[in-house]
Design a protein around this ligand. Sequence first.
Ligand SMILES: NC(=O)c1ccc[n+]([C@@H]2O[C@H](COP(=O)([O-])OP(=O)(O)OC[C@H]3O[C@@H](n4cnc5c(N)ncnc54)[C@H](OP(=O)(O)O)[C@@H]3O)[C@@H](O)[C@H]2O)c1
Length: 248
Amino acid sequence: MIFGTVEKWGDDGHALKGKGTGIEDAIKAGFDTFDTAPVYLNEKEVGNDLEGIFQVQSKLDYFKWGYENVIEEFEKSSEHLSITTYLIHWPVLPLKELKETWRAFEHLKNEGQVEKIGVCNFTIKHLHKLLDICETPPDINQFELNIFCQNDELVNECNRHNIEVQSYSSICRGNPPSLPGETSISSGVMLDWLLSKGVNPIVRSTKINRLQEMIKLESGLTERSLDHYKEYDRQFRRCPDPNTMGDW
Ligand SMILES: NC(=O)c1ccc[n+]([C@@H]2O[C@H](COP(=O)([O-])OP(=O)(O)OC[C@H]3O[C@@H](n4cnc5c(N)ncnc54)[C@H](OP(=O)(O)O)[C@@H]3O)[C@@H](O)[C@H]2O)c1
C-alpha cells in the first residue's frame, strides 16, 4: 500500500497546497512508499519530510516529453527527492515522441538512477503502443480504479505482462456514488476489493487512525464476493478518462 501526497484537490481538478504532506503520520502508521509528482506542488516538502530510506515515486510533468526533457525534469525533481520510481504521468504526449521519451526512462533504470519505471493512466491501447517500441517494459501502471470504476480488462492485461497495478481514487476520495436501495460500501471493503484483485492501492488520509486501519488490511474477498461486486461498476471517475486521450 502506498501513501498519496496530494494535499487538497481544487474545484478544477488540480492539486493544491494544503496544510502539509501528512507524511509524519503515514510513517508512524507504517507506510514506506510515497507517491508524488511535480504537479502536486510538494516535491520539496515531501523530500524534507522523508528522512530515512523509503520508496518514493514521482512523475514526468505532463508536457515535457522527449529524451532531454525527461532527463532534465528528473534531475529537477531529484534536487528535492531520492526518487526510486519514475512514471509518465498522463498519455498526453504525441505517439511519435513516445520512443525517445521512454528511451530516457530506460536510461534512468539502466544507469541505476531509479529501481523502477512506469506509466500512469495508460489504457490497453497506450500500453500496447509502448510494449511495441520499448526495450524495457514498464514495471508499473497507475490508474483510477475502484469498485465503482472497474477496469478488469486493463488489470488483466497488466497482469499478463507482469506490470504492477497501482490504483488511485482507491476509495473514491471518501465519497463514493450512492447506490439506491443498497447499503453504502465502506472504505475497508473498497480496499479489500483492490487487494483481492492483486492491486497495490494508493491511499490518503489526514487521520492517523484511518491510516493505521488501512495499512493493516489484508485481502479477504472470495471469488463469489468479487463476482457480486461486478455490478457496482459505474465507470465513476474523479479524474479525466484516459480513453479519450492521445491520437495513438
Ligand atoms: N497518477 C495520477 O494521475 C493520479 C491521480 C489522482 C491521484 N493520484 C495519487 O493517488 C493519491 C490518492 O488519491 P485520491 O485523493 O484521489 O484518493 P482516495 O485515496 O480515494 O481519497 C483520499 C480521501 O479519502 C478520505 N478518506 C480516507 N479514509 C476515509 C474513510 N475511512 N472514510 C471517509 N473518507 C476517507 C480522505 O479524507 P481524510 O483526510 O479526511 O481522511 C481523503 O480526502 C494522491 O494523493 C496521488 O498520490 C494519482
